[in-house]
Design a protein around this ligand. Sequence first.
Ligand SMILES: [Zn+2]
Length: 199
Amino acid sequence: MTTVKERALFLDRDGVINVNLPDHVRSWEQFEFERGSLDALARVGATDYRVIVITNQSGIGRGLMSHETVNEIHTRMTAEIRHVGGRVDEVYYCPHSSQDNCTCRKPAPEMLLRGRDRYQLDVGASYLVGDWVDDVLAARAAGVKPLLVRTGRGDRAIAEMLTREIPAPEIFENLAAAVEWILAHERAPQGTRREAQET
Ligand SMILES: [Zn+2]
């Protein structure tokens, strides 16, 4: 009996889904979708990919915003995405600052692994789209394929990876281009429903 596994598209938030701000997106009023990201999320909504947002929100740990505010942003973001036919299955955020030495802040893979365990994901058939080095490192540590976008801090990330001699992942103009590539190159998860029926 083959175990049925799912696949996921993990998404960083700031600089990927929405425009990154240098001093944190602190309210829904400051939240602006990146160009083309809503259309891209609508396309993913028509597939069987789980959509899991994983985001470092150290502004909470630094006292700049509350859990309530961040949750409200995510509720409203999810509603906008649903409105165009997209889906967000889960949002995981790390509220800690880098000084907190927590286990969840990216580049740690913990938030991805939470998604893996909750949704029985085949990480080898899953992707993460991010705009920073820590997204790439977290994805690799979880066995997920990273894609880097040039929106947000993406261009700085490319330079940073060169300096630190971190192998560069596939690079795309923005989330829309990354999603287009994923849908053209997708691999079926291990133990797909069809296989399960045949055995
Ligand atoms: Zn954390």
